[in-house]
Design a protein around this ligand. Structure first.
Ligand code: HEM
Length: 131
């Protein structure tokens, strides 16, 4: 079995990785994602993913999941999107979100890949100030 290899990849990934159930409850968060959002795994696992975002998405994310499950029409799965994350300290940061859907025997899970865009944004802002 390659479970130890998969675990090592997830634990050491540069990008953040979060998995949720079909109800939006966090099942796994890797060290990169913990660092980005400023939480320990215990503070996030078992809670709704919406704790990591601002309003209005925070209040709507469960509806986004339900709508997708009812219609089958994705808005992020398969394309990705730039979204805003909310850190524990209240600061926000931009990231590129990619989401994939996995059908397991136990049910559907969604995996989110989180690529921090704040270094790029900061460099762009510096360049703008030079102009
Ligand atoms: C849908 C925002 C994180 C899974 C959406 C939509 C928005 C959104 C705006 C609906 C798009 C639309 O209908 O036009 C955010 C924000 C996040 C975040 C601000 C910041 C933390 C995540 C993560 C996952 C995830 C980490 C997976 C673990 C999904 C799924 C859908 C969705 C499965 C529905 C399918 C789809 O529209 O493709 N999210 N999301 N989201 N999100 Fe998130």
């Amino acid at each position: 079995e390659n479970a130890p290899l998969l675990n090592a990849i997830i634990q050491n990934a540069i990008d953040g990785i979060i998995t949720i159930t079909e109800n939006g409850v966090v099942e796994l968060i890797n060290p990169s994602a913990c660092k980005l959002f400023g939480y320990s795994p215990e503070e996030v696992i078992g809670n709704n993913l919406s704790m990591l975002m601002q309003s209005p998405d925070k209040d709507r994310h469960d509806t986004y999941l339900q709508r997708y499950q009812q219609t089958g029409i994705p808005h992020i799965i398969g394309t990705g999107r730039e979204v805003t994350g909310l850190k524990k300290d209240g600061n926000v940061f931009p990231f590129r979100l990619a989401v994939s859907e996995v059908q397991l025997a136990e049910g559907i899970i969604y995996t989110g890949f989180i690529h921090d865009l704040s270094p790029r944004k900061e460099a762009e802002d510096k360049l703008k100030n030079l102009a």
